[in-house]
Write a protein that binds this ligand. Structure first.
Ligand code: KG4
Ligand code: ZN
Length: 336
């Protein structure tokens, strides 16, 4: 039997992503980023995000089908992000995907955005399978999931305040490094000394939970004091030290979960996993413990349509489709 052809659409935040998958093979994966439109405001404006998705989606779907050399009649299903995310942004992709599926007479599959990130490793690693511990760190979420079986997700820990990406973004904004902050800090940290400043690694007593708001306060206080004393360290050292604190926290919590569950596969998803230092330290720790680390390529860590199609394919295989009367759910929660 030939593999199903699934169109994946992602519009939960500031990237319009569309992809065509044949099974788990990515035939096309295209993206229209709105970063420049939001950068001048230092963060995402929901109204601008929704409008930009409206403009981008139609040409992007055509581009994805063209690049995959697929006619829309050949598609087996349309998978589209249903939540969580910005309600207006989600509504654009969901309405488009639902209309397309309905007019083509193909099933609609509404996908949880975080389940999309959870499926992303499958696009690069055919040996990715449960049981696994999956660390999901993005602009809106930070969580550690014990995937006992496909579709069976136990959230072991999550952030009690800011998400990891949010911490990168807020600190970069405070330091005047622009939006989004993660890639900027990643870049400036190159060549910096990660041990130059010792920022806190909180939540020592809660093995799987994160907290990043204390780090933010600590960095702001440190920099204000250093400015007053006229002794601000080089930006590279500040960035490397901030990055190290966030990375250490993610790596230690992830491997606490690996130890507790005894899994032999560790995977991850979400924009923060594009961070080079985080990838390096997760790899070092995985090697030390002899477990298999399966990360998506950096482009598939950040939001994209392929991960939505991959999660959609899982539901397609089980014949689980979404009713036409369904709507977006900005507060959708994985594992519930
Ligand atoms: O998964 P994603 O694309 O969107 C959400 O679902 O939120 O993640 C975006 C987040 C942003 O906070 C961004 O700053 C962060 O991922 N990010 C990074 C890097 N690239 C993106 N954080 C650290 N280092 C990076 N290289
Ligand atoms: Zn995401």
């Amino acid at each position: 039997m030939s593999e199903p052809l699934i169109l994946g659409i992602e519009t939960s935040c500031d990237e319009t992503g569309v992809a065509v998958l044949s099974g788990n093979e990515v035939l096309s994966c295209v993206l229209a980023t709105q970063v420049d439109e939001h950068a001048r405001f230092g963060g995402i404006l929901p109204e601008i995000a929704a409008r930009a998705h409206v403009e981008a989606i139609r040409p992007l779907v055509h581009q994805a089908l063209n690049q995959a050399a697929i006619h829309h009649d050949e598609l087996d299903a349309v998978a589209v992000t249903r939540g969580p995310g910005l309600v207006g942004a989600l509504a654009v992709g969901y309405a488009y995907g639902k209309t397309m599926a309905w007019t083509l007479g193909k099933p609609l599959i509404g996908v949880d955005h975080m389940e999309g990130h959870l499926f992303a490793p499958l696009l690069d690693h055919s040996d990715y399978e449960p049981p696994a511990v999956v660390v999901l760190v993005s602009g809106g979420h930070s969580m550690i999931v014990h995937m006992r079986a496909w579709g069976e997700y136990h959230v072991m820990g999550q952030t009690l305040d800011d998400a990891a990406g949010e911490a990168f973004d807020k600190l970069a904004r405070f330091m005047g490094l622009g939006y989004p902050g993660g890639p900027a800090i990643d870049l400036y940290a190159t060549g910096g000394d990660p041990d130059a400043i010792s920022f806190p690694r909180p939540m020592q007593g809660r093995p799987y939970d994160f907290s990043f708001s204390g780090l933010k306060t600590s960095v702001v206080t440190f920099l204000e004091k250093a400015k007053t004393a006229n002794s601000v360290p080089p930006l590279e050292d500040v960035c490397a030290s901030i990055q190290e604190a966030i990375v250490d926290s993610i790596v230690s919590k992830t491997f606490n979960a690996v130890e507790a569950t005894g899994v032999e596969i560790v995977a991850g998803g979400g924009g923060v996993l594009a961070n080079r230092r985080l990838r390096q330290k997760l790899q070092e720790e995985a090697d030390r413990r002899g477990v298999n680390l399966l990360l998506p390529s950096p482009q598939l860590c950040t939001d994209n349509g392929a991960m939505i199609a991959a999660a959609g394919r899982y539901h397609y295989d089980r014949g689980v489709f979404t009713p036409w009367g369904s709507d977006v759910d900005p507060n959708l929660k994985i594992g519930q």
